[in-house]
Design a protein around this ligand. Sequence first.
Ligand code: A2P
Length: 271
Amino acid sequence: NQQSAVTQTAAKKTLPDAQTVTEVRHYTDDLFYFRTTRPQSLRFRSGEFVMIGLPGDDGKPIMRAYSIASPSWDDGLDFYSIKVQDGPLTSRLQHIKPGDEIILRPKPVGTLVLDALLPGKRLWFLATGTGIAPFASLMRDPETYEQYDEVIMMHTCRHVAELEFGRELVESLPEDPLIGEFVGDKLKYYPTTTREDFKTMGRVTDNLTSGKVFADLGLGTDKMDPAIDRAMICGSLAFNKDLMAILDGWGLREGANSEPAEYVVEKAFVG
Ligand code: A2P
């Protein structure tokens, strides 16, 4: 009977801030995607992150920062994670299945938001590894395409299989019934590997400083211009630091929510 079904569902939610896992996809031994239900009260800006986790053995939650990889108009939440075999959270999180619950604190924050950038013409998304997660959200936000004429997604991983999550997403966008019209031909995708043969190779940093990416995409320049180029960076600490030095050298300045400028940075979170 319906009444008892409702009561049972309610009683099953034992965790505080519980959300239910609705889909899981494993990409490699080290990378997986999962989707959860979304709390009705959760409002966020594309590019922000939330704390998610699982109860530890002592009942105390083990929480980590995760970028929301889905757009704000979506009724579910996407996440993209590494698996760290001895990681306190991801050693367990990698085993979640549809129907399981995770803890999600509905307080989104972060600097990789369109509001933290001054108006521009060309927007660069620069990521390594799971650093593509916030851009999976931003690439599906109509605002991104309303504010910029051109959007370039550069993503570098060691191996080809690690690019798959991003490739699938990017290739689905032009045909997407909700966002396809906004994307049009504005989105350029530049995936590269560094340790396995691929059609395009090399670090994001090297492909920017050598001018290769500008030439390959036919941009008619060999560097960014602070008057028109805006950038968002999400990778390891070393990656972020090296890129900031390059952008600083081209005259772009780091911005924040409180003081928008030409680029913003966030560390890709690890488990
Ligand atoms: P590389 O293979 O040349 O080290 P990791 O798995 O170590 O986080 O690296 C993910 C990707 O980011 C790899 O392709 C790696 O290239 C690249 N990478 C690592 N550190 C930097 C850096 N400081 N600048 C640019 N790319 C980097």
